[in-house]
Design a protein around this ligand. Structure first.
Ligand code: FES
Length: 110
């Protein structure tokens, strides 16, 4: 495996009037915040954060997923970035309060 942790942050942006999307919220801001902090902590190279298209967790956005665990986080705000990096990426302890409960997902409308 190339990266110890590989995170995909949804920055998908739908047109006005369509279903809500993470890019309207703070998707790009999150990507920048993850990259900046991961760089400062010396994690880049062995870990990677990047933007992605829709990860099918739109109702819970802003959404992201961390591999190799495949842990999906929802409602992620810039203020959550440090906790995710310190606890999940570094200590391998996923942040329970942000993990998406897909049993509560609404049926897709598009
Ligand atoms: S638009 Fe972000 S998960 Fe679908």
């Amino acid at each position: 495996m190339k990266f110890e942790k590989h995170i995909f942050i949804c920055t998908n942006q739908r047109k006005e009037g369509e279903r809500k999307s993470c890019g309207e919220a703070c998707g790009l801001e999150l990507v920048k915040a993850f990259k900046k902090s991961m760089n400062e902590k010396g994690l880049l190279g062995r870990m990677r954060a990047q933007r992605s298209g829709c990860i099918d967790a739109c109702d819970f956005g802003p959404s992201m997923v961390v591999y190799p665990e495949g842990v999906f986080y929802g409602g992620v705000q810039p203020g959550d970035v440090e906790q995710i990096i310190n606890e999940h990426l570094i200590e391998n302890k996923p942040v329970q309060r942000l993990i998406i409960d897909f049993s509560k997902q609404l049926p897709a409308s598009d």
